[in-house]
Design a protein around this ligand. Structure first.
Ligand code: UDP
Length: 475
């Protein structure tokens, strides 16, 4: 641990749970290395300040009060990127007046791409945080380079392979389509998100040992230093809660009453929504599998329903003590529990890493963004899980039994144990993530003071002119 450093870093997270968590974890990592950490966040899903007394927090007005941001649309995200420029700029200016050259850099989630403009204007170095796998960004970039090669496609092509993106198929393209084609605003957003502007480096919540060749290819493209220092949740010296929703800890007592290695944990993360048909098929698949299960049904995650009312009548009574349903679980604790044997997941990157690091094999039911890519890598390359081939109760039942009871399930478990061991090696003193973290600390410490940086290019000055006009959305 380095304690003499007095420099500060400003972190700008994106508000969704899967993005906020890694940014706060990165903050803890940098704080443990002696940096002062300031978190400039938007009002929706504001972090719980009392869980991070070591950070300074600053709330930026994004002009989106009263808007439901549980599943932000592109319009909302673009609006946020526009509206936050001025508040961030003003905050940084006042901070620089107070702190002088102590502010080393700004680290921002790639969805908050406005930060690059502000940083350029103020001649502050900025660094991008990628909260997902290199495999995802690689596939995204490949598609963005030639979108006409992929869109539109026919339903009959869904299972056709994409050799240059092996092991992906058309079905796994990580850009949301409407009628198998992509809308121009989504392409534009994907470009903004993958672009790094004038940022000087990229931090990754992944590991060189897992994704080295893809990281190298990406680095050739971006031509800035990469710092893969994952898995953040295990690299942090002290884990603080980053949960936005209230965790129901009673499920740990329930897990304590289950046999070792017997429970399937089911959760589709913080964002995904399903229809009631899928809820019912899943419910019967779980019930008919005869395996104990802990199932997270998040409020608002079933279209048209508050929470679990769409379950078949009398379902919870019928399942009895064998099943437990909660609204939100302390997931890392659940996955670390000796009773848990498998994870039925949407394959969000945090969930993926949390599962592997607890040696829990997966059943992959991906929906959007990076999830299909993670699911394909998990099932086809790492062989750490099984893909769910159809959302039908019989298929769900069969896949659960395969994971929990079969020889194939045992093989998958072995693969997860191997993966974990490789990742743990990366975290050791001479491991890649550990070394990359040291390099990152040195890199930030050696960044030139802002006065030594070149004046902003004309394009950046031009784009800062937009600061004055605010984007307004009616709630
Ligand atoms: N999570 C949790 N309790 C739950 C479900 C999820 O604490 O009941 C956490 C989980 O540990 C993970 C995050 O929410 O850190 C979800 O992030 P991920 O990238 O897996 O998916 P997303 O929510 O972004 O789709």
């Amino acid at each position: 641990m380095r304690v003499e450093r007095k420099q500060s870093v400003v972190l700008v997270p994106f508000l969704l749970q899967g993005h906020l968590t890694p940014m706060l974890q990165l903050g803890s990592l940098l704080h443990s290395q002696g940096f002062s950490v300031i978190v400039a966040h938007t009002p929706h899903n504001a972090p719980n300040y009392s869980n991070h007394p070591q950070f300074v927090f600053h709330s930026m007005d994004d002009g989106l009060q009263g808007i439901d941001m549980s599943f932000p649309s592109l319009v909302h995200i673009n609006c946020m990127n526009k509206n936050c420029k001025e508040p961030l700029r003003n905050y940084l200016v006042s901070m620089m007046e107070e702190e002088g050259d102590q502010l080393a850099c700004i680290i921002y989630d790639n969805i908050m791409f406005f930060v690059d403009d502000v940083a350029t204007q103020l001649r502050l170095p900025s660094i991008v945080l990628r909260t997902y796998s290199a495999a995802y960004l690689h596939s995204m970039l490949t598609i963005l380079q030639q979108p006409e090669k992929y869109f539109p496609f026919e339903d009959s092509q869904l299972l056709d392979p994409l050799p240059e993106l092996h092991p992906l198929r058309f079905k796994d393209i990580p850009i949301t389509t409407v009628n198998n084609t992509v809308q121009a605003p989504l392409l534009e957003f994907s470009r903004s998100m993958s672009d790094i502007g004038s940022s000087v480096a990229t931090i990754w919540n992944t590991m060189q040992d897992l994704e080295n060749s893809l990281l190298l290819r990406l680095q050739e493209h971006y031509k800035v230093p990469f710092f893969p220092i994952g898995p953040f949740h295990k690299m942090v010296p002290v884990a603080s809660s980053t949960s936005i929703l209230q965790e129901d800890n009673s499920c740990i007592d329930w897990l304590d009453r289950q046999a070792p290695n017997s429970v399937l944990y089911v959760s589709l993360g913080s964002l995904v929504r399903i229809d009631d048909k899928e809820l019912i098929e899943t419910a019967w698949g779980l019930a008919n599998s005869d395996q104990p299960f802990l199932w997270v049904i998040r409020p608002g995650s079933v279209y048209g329903f508050q929470c679990a009312e769409a379950l078949p009548d009398g379902y919870e009574e019928m399942v009895g003590e064998r099943g437990r349903i909660v609204k939100w679980a302390p997931q890392k604790q659940v996955l670390a529990h000796p009773a848990v044997a498998g994870f039925f997941t949407h394959c969000g990157w945090n969930s993926t890493l949390e599962s592997i690091l607890e040696e829990v094999p997966l059943i992959c039911r991906p929906f959007l963004a990076d999830q299909p890519v993670n699911a394909r890598y998990l099932s086809q390359i790492y062989k750490a899980g099984f893909e769910l081939e159809a959302i039908e109760r019989t298929v769900i039942e069969k896949t659960i039994r395969k994971l929990m009871l079969s020889e194939e399930g045992k093989d998958v478990k072995k693969r997860v144990v191997d993966m974990k061991q490789n990742i743990v090696a990366a975290m050791q003193i001479d491991g890649t993530s550990h070394k990359n973290l040291n390099d990152l600390v040195d890199f930030i410490s050696a960044l030139p003071s802002r006065l030594a940086l070149p004046m902003p290019v004309v394009g950046a000055i031009m784009s800062s002119n937009h600061i004055a006009s605010k984007c307004i959305i009616e709630s």
